[in-house]
Design a protein around this ligand. Structure first.
Ligand code: BES
Ligand code: MN
Ligand code: ZN
Length: 505
């Protein structure tokens, strides 16, 4: 879909969307269309008692007499004073979906200045276009026989605003973020016969042309570094494990606070390209979901693309621990004891608690190598976080209140909410082992917390760290305004926002 911005024009064709405020008040363009149609719009509102102009409502009028358009979509925005960024994105996404479902080829959103509104039409235009773009994502490359009547038909979206150049400029940045989101959705959606450690690395190499530096550690190098925890997980797979290192050095080289800005922020992702559970094998039902057990790594990749795409003024490193967890004659056994790069030993009591093993070495390596200002990991780590928080919030664990608060604020702003969970000594005790420094599972209770405690044992004193357990939010089973069902890329927008608000400049 081609997205463009233009000045308001009287010549409207295709599907046209105009805003209605709470109480049914039409915006300026809607009023003009109402006049041109001898009152068709206001009549439609009057005869639809449940359409009140509330946020998210849409009322569709087909082929109104007096206009060349195929349909007019009245979309509710509520009160202009509390019509926020997310509402605008959601409006854009929902309008896209409604129009796309009709088979229409061209859509126009008409935006006017609104009295008392939180943003001018240009900024709202960029947000609505961003929402529509995010919703337009499809992963359909393997559907070779899709029927013509369900194929995407919408070819162009034009957003009409008084100052189109301003809207275009505001949209450019959003577009880079969307590209990062799409890359994350792509790799997360791909099945495990297509995306495995080596092919994931090949995807990452595509970022080199954006200026991202890519380094890769193979199994031999990781052995030399003593990464027994990560390597143990991959040892049952015919696919070799990899540690992927991505760098974006965008911070200004001079100026105030440059020493601190030179220190990178580090983002680490769990990249289990398929999680069978290993010898502690998972039940067959639903095991296919474990193709997205590399959701954390996918988000790290997408984030790096977004940061590089919009030339973020930050130094950032993205690290992905890439392994496949398989049962095999050479697979790790329950009871095996492995030595991590940190020197700490781990008794592997359940080979299905593998994500923390991968992250243990990835986190340690990242701190040693880059001395980051802050380190944030993302992982589809536990089923227990889904029990605790459902599929709405990601679990947030942190040793640093400021970082936790920043993540919570950023998440809320972009519609990727996180909910802070506790850490503490009494939980930590539960992973003490009789045979080694620790074991990789706790008891029956608080499974996402003991998993986080495990990770914390690989965080050095004084390093600001946050862990996002995204098991419940990486994949969505129903359509949402800006996320079609499937891979969400939850985390790309959140971390991009965090960087923009606190680590750039
Ligand atoms: N990848 C899974 C967690 C998961 C479950 C992600 C469901 C997404 C949806 C993880 O590796 C795992 O298997 N965790 C176990 C840990 C247990 C063995 C302590 C779990 O949550 O059951
Ligand atoms: Mn597992
Ligand atoms: Zn897993």
């Amino acid at each position: 879909m081609r997205i463009s911005f233009s000045a308001p024009s009287a010549k409207l064709t295709g599907a046209v969307a105009v805003a209605v405020m709470e109480g049914g008040t039409l915006c300026a363009t809607a009023t003009k269309l109402d006049e041109a149609t001898d009152g068709a719009l206001s009549r439609a509102v009057e005869t639809s008692p449940r359409f009140t102009g509330k946020k998210g409502q849409i009322l569709e009028i087909l082929a109104p007499v007096g206009l060349q358009v195929s349909r007019v979509l009245l979309f509710g925005i509520g009160k202009p004073a509390d019509y926020g960024e997310l509402d605008q994105e959601n409006n854009g996404g929902e309008l896209f979906a409604r129009i796309a479902a009709t088979g229409e080829a061209n859509a126009i959103f008409c935006l006017d200045a609104l009295e008392g509104a939180t943003a001018d039409p240009q900024r709202r235009a960029a947000r609505m276009a961003f929402g529509a773009l995010l919703r337009s994502y499809r992963f359909d490359k393997y559907r070779t026989k899709e029927k013509a009547d369900s194929k995407p038909s919408l070819k162009s979206l034009t957003v009409m605003v008084p100052k189109p150049a301003q809207a275009r400029a505001a949209f450019a940045e959003a577009e880079s973020i969307a590209e990062g989101v799409f890359t994350a959705r792509d790799v997360i959606s791909e099945p495990a016969n297509v995306i495995y450690p080596q092919s994931f690395v090949a995807e990452a190499k595509k970022l080199e042309k954006l200026g991202v530096k890519i380094d890769v550690l193979g199994e031999k190098e990781m052995q030399k570094l003593g990464m027994g925890a990560l390597l143990g997980v991959g040892q049952g797979s015919v696919r070799e494990s990899r540690l992927l290192l991505m760098r974006w050095d965008g911070a200004r080289k001079s100026g105030k606070g440059k020493a601190k800005a030179a220190q990178p922020i580090a983002i680490v992702g769990k990249g289990v390209t398929f999680d069978t559970g290993g010898i502690s094998i998972k039940p067959a039902a639903g095991m296919e979901d474990m193709k997205w057990d590399m959701g954390g790594a996918g988000v790290v990749l997408g984030l790096m693309k977004a940061l590089a795409g919009r030339k973020a003024k930050v130094n950032a490193v993205g690290v992905c621990g890439l392994v496949e967890n398989m049962p095999d004659g050479n697979a790790q056994r329950p009871g095996d004891i492995v030595t991590s790069m940190s020197g700490q030993t781990i008794e592997v009591l359940n080979t299905d608690a593998e994500g923390r093993l991968v992250l243990a070495d990835a986190l340690w390596y990242t701190q040693k190598t880059y001395k980051p200002r802050a380190i944030i990991d993302l992982a589809t780590l536990t089923g227990a976080i889904i029990v605790a928080l459902g599929k709405v919030n990601a679990g947030l664990f942190s040793n640093n209140d400021e970082l936790a608060e920043r993540l919570a604020v950023a998440g809320k702003a972009v519609g990727e909410p996180v909910w802070r969970m506790p850490l503490g000594e009494d939980y930590d005790k539960q992973i003490d082992s009789d045979a080694a420094d620790m074991k990789n599972i706790g008891n029956r209770w608080g499974g996402s917390i003991t998993a986080a405690q495990f990770l914390q044992r690989f965080i050095q004193d004084g390093t600001a760290w946050a862990h996002l357990d995204i098991a419940g939010v990486t994949w969505t089973d129903k359509d949402k305004p800006t996320v079609r069902k499937g891979a969400s890329a939850f985390g790309v927008r959140l971390l991009d926002r965090l960087v923009a608000q606190h680590y750039e400049g």
